[in-house]
Ligand binder design. Structure first.
Ligand code: BGC
Length: 768
């Protein structure tokens, strides 16, 4: 009996040991040993939120509360679950946990748009490094960021999560962010791949455009990011492209992404994105997030029927295991739950100042004279400064430094009576705001009215007036034109009254823009003395703004998009929804239709959106069509002046080498961004008058100090996408290489000649 027992034990333990273990056996051996059910268990993920009815069992809710999801574990092969969490302005997990007294706050870094406004690749990489450290130290494996969709129209509710209207700037900054985060040994998920440029009906909207537009404008930032930084994962988008869900397009996920660009990582869906698991798997998704039981059943049936091949499933599983073995969780990293939040607060404070843009500074009103101590602070968001936008791009931060706190920290004395009135107003009005739902835009409380008598009293006693104009936006819903893109009557009156009355006393007025996206500025910008675009600058916002106001930091940000004169000037204005037109019924209907698998779409700018402007997005359009703008792409002032000289351009071995000298010709240390815009011959194809092809930011230059800047553009990067020849083609002829400090301030131009047409790359001619 004893013998029998012993041999049974032996057999059992031999069988147990015989299971190949992840990390010890090859991934191939593990894939071969897995059952089909186990494979499906892995390719359909798990929800992070415990209350999700559709979610499969398990998941990271218990592991890291507030994380967006996880993969499933399979213990017999030693496969752990790994944790995925948002987002682009910092890690989004719950700050508190049931049964624990500890807190898990994350740093709210500046929004992506602000980081792009720095035009500083190294800076963004360092922000990514700090962000990724929090990912690692809080036990998360993949950050669901960065996002690099194009700012096609200012009303997109998620523009704050994206970088720019220009593909090159978006791509370069995005690649830097990925490198920074991943330098910690954690992953990123580059999203939303692709054409995700509006929130209205985002899970059903069909983005309709030409292949040229798709490749030159909307895919370009992804291409640059993939080639330059190989994100560990990519997240497909919710929307369709030319009639087919992006997550169901093999041409996008396999041919373009893998074959043409050489992407090596894993592809996952956006949360509950797409419609047919079978089509999604066949198109090249590896992981469906966060996963439903129904998806598992559909995939299992499809495998049994042979409509999804086992080979394809094995490839998916191989990629998922390839991701898992790189993660801190698999490598048994003992995370601390205690990242250095203090040093990261310093990172967010200083990086925010690098991306703030000085739009106006008449008579050197800024930096403020240190003798001006007493400040009258107007505008609701001065007292409720916003660190970032809403939705999955939000961060559970510990605090936000309001503007008034920042000013006080910098030694200003904020008028107490006015402050008290605003705080009282906010405490009464904020609780009245509607609760969140899907079909109403995020609103702030209405601007408070301050009477002209009160402003007059303040103008007598205070040294200077500061006004903040605030705008928020977020996931699920776009912005509206009236009262959001355009300022409300109350806001306009506030700027007018405060400016007139303070000016009558010879006192200055500064406007701070604490906004998530572009607003109208043309009609009121003449009124104040200075305008500082602070964007949503992260949790140290008030301190960052004050650092600029007192001249501790010299603003060096430049616009990553155009500020048009009016909404109707925007090339996509007729082809973008105004959220005032979107009703609850439309949204419910679209969700029902999707559920019922009705594919017919008919409501313009909701069910489908024509990208009629083609490649003429942002400054490409305004410049080519000579449309006057309020502030051009690339624009931003400084407290100092720069001389640019010694501009030289030469072409050697397929490379355009550019060099120039930037000298600080003023009295204050500062940085300048130099931008190279190319004018192509445009004889065989329509081309924008100027396209950004390179940029560089100087070091901090002391007064009188100079720096030589060298830049290189590969001749192939001048290529245009030719749909007829399904190739990237560099037209022969003369090219102007324009050196500028904005898209409209060109300080030097050189010509080069491309003697013969170059076929830079042949593609597969897809995306129809
Ligand atoms: C968003 C993604 C996000 C995901 C997980 C989706 O609704 O579109 O950007 O990463 O949720 O939170």
């Amino acid at each position: 009996m004893k013998h029998i027992l012993l041999s049974l034990l032996l057999v059992t333990s031999i069988t147990m040991i015989a299971e190949p273990q992840l990390g010890k056996a090859s991934i191939e051996d593990i894939v071969n040993a897995m059952t089909i059910e186990e494979k499906v268990e892995l390719i359909v993920g798990s929800a992070g939120s415990a209350d999700n009815q559709n979610a499969t069992i398990g998941g990271s809710a218990k592991l890291i509360p507030g994380a967006a999801g996880s993969t499933n574990s399979i213990s017999r092969f030693g496969i752990p679950e790994i944790v995925l969490a948002d987002g682009p302005a910092g890690l989004r997990i719950d700050a508190t946990r049931e049964g624990s007294n500890s807190t898990y706050y994350c740093t709210h870094f500046p929004i992506e748009t602000l980081l792009a406004s720095s035009w500083d690749i190294q800076l963004v990489e360092s922000v990514g490094k700090a962000m990724g450290n929090e990912v690692k130290e809080y036990g998360v494996d993949v950050l669901l960021a960065p996002a690099t969709n194009i700012h096609r129209n200012p009303l997109n509710g998620r523009n704050f999560e994206y970088y720019s209207e220009d593909p090159l700037l978006s791509g370069k900054i995005c690649a830097a962010m990925i490198r920074g985060v991943q330098s910690n040994g954690v992953g990123t998920s580059l999203k939303h791949f692709a054409f995700n440029n509006q929130e209205s009906n985002r899970t059903g909207n069909d983005a309709r455009m030409s292949e040229r537009t798709a490749r030159e404008i909307y895919l370009k930032p992804f291409e640059i990011a993939v080639k330059e930084s190989q994100p560990w994962t990519i997240m497909t988008s919710y929307n369709k492209l030319n009639g087919t869900y992006t997550s169901e397009r093999a041409d996008l996920l396999k041919t373009v992404l893998r074959d043409e660009w050489g992407f090596k990582g894993l592809v996952m869906t956006d949360w509950y994105g797409g419609r047919h698991p079978e089509l999604q798997m066949n198109a090249g998704n590896d992981l469906l997030m966060p996963g439903t039981v129904k998806q598992k059943d559909v995939i299992l049936n499809a495998i049994r029927k042979g409509t999804i091949s086992l080979r394809a499933i094995d490839e998916n599983v191989t990629r998922i295991l390839g991701l898992i073995v790189r993660t801190p969780r698999f490598l048994n990293y003992k995370y601390s739950d205690a990242p250095d939040l203090q040093s990261h607060a310093a990172v967010t404070r200083s990086s925010a100042t690098e991306g703030m843009i000085l739009l106006k500074n008449d008579n050197n009103s800024l930096p403020l004279d240190r003798k001006l101590k007493k400040v009258a602070v107007f505008g609701r968001t001065s007292y409720d400064f916003m660190a970032g936008g809403t939705g999955s791009g939000d961060v559970n931060h510990k605090y936000v430094v309001s503007l008034t706190e920042g000013l006080a920290n910098a030694g200003f004395v904020v008028d107490k009576k006015l402050e008290k009135e605003y705080l009282k107003y906010l405490s009464i009005e904020k609780p009245k705001l509607p609760k969140f739902d899907w079909w109403h835009p995020r609103v702030l409380v209405q601007e408070k009215t301050v009477s002209t008598e009160e402003i007059a009293k303040l103008a007598k006693t205070q040294d200077v007036a500061i006004i903040t104009i605030g705008r928020t936006s977020g996931e699920f819903i776009d912005r509206s034109i009236e009262g959001d893109f355009n300022l409300s009557e109350r806001e306009i009156n506030m700027i007018k009254d405060v400016s007139n009355i303070f000016h009558s006393k010879g006192k200055k007025v500064v406007v701070i823009l604490n906004i998530s996206g572009v607003i109208e500025t043309q009609s009121w910008k003449d009124l104040p003395d200075a305008i500082l675009l602070a964007w949503m600058p992260g949790q140290e916002g008030g301190n960052s703004v004050a650092d600029i106001l007192i001249g501790k930091e010299n603003p060096s940000g430049k616009l990553p998009m155009t500020f048009p004169c009016s909404y109707n000037d925007i090339p996509s204005s007729a082809d973008f929804p105004d959220c005032k037109d979107i009703t609850e019924e439309m949204i419910l209907n679209s969700l029902n239709l999707r559920e019922m698998e009705v594919t017919e779409t008919n409501i313009k700018n909701f069910d489908y959106t024509e990208y009629s402007e083609g490649i003429m997005v942002g400054y490409r359009y305004y410049g080519t069509n000579k449309v006057k703008v309020s502030y051009p792409f690339g624009f931003g002032l400084s407290y100092t002046r720069f001389d640019i000289s010694d501009y030289a351009v030469n072409v050697v071995d397929g490379k355009i080498n550019i060099s120039l000298k930037v000298r600080n010709a003023g009295e204050i240390a500062g940085k300048e961004v130099v931008q190279v815009y190319v004018t192509a011959p445009g004889k065989t194809m329509v081309k924008p008058i100027k396209e950004l092809k390179s940029f560089a930011k100087t070091n901090l230059l002391q007064p009188g100090q100079a720096q030589t800047i060298n830049m290189t553009i590969n001749v192939n990067e001048l290529a245009t996408y030719d749909e007829q020849r399904i190739s990237w083609v560099v037209e022969a002829g003369n090219y102007q290489i324009n050196l500028g400090t904005s898209s409209e301030t060109i300080c030097a131009t050189k010509s080069i000649t491309i003697a013969n047409e170059i076929i830079a790359e042949k593609t597969h001619g897809l995306l129809k």
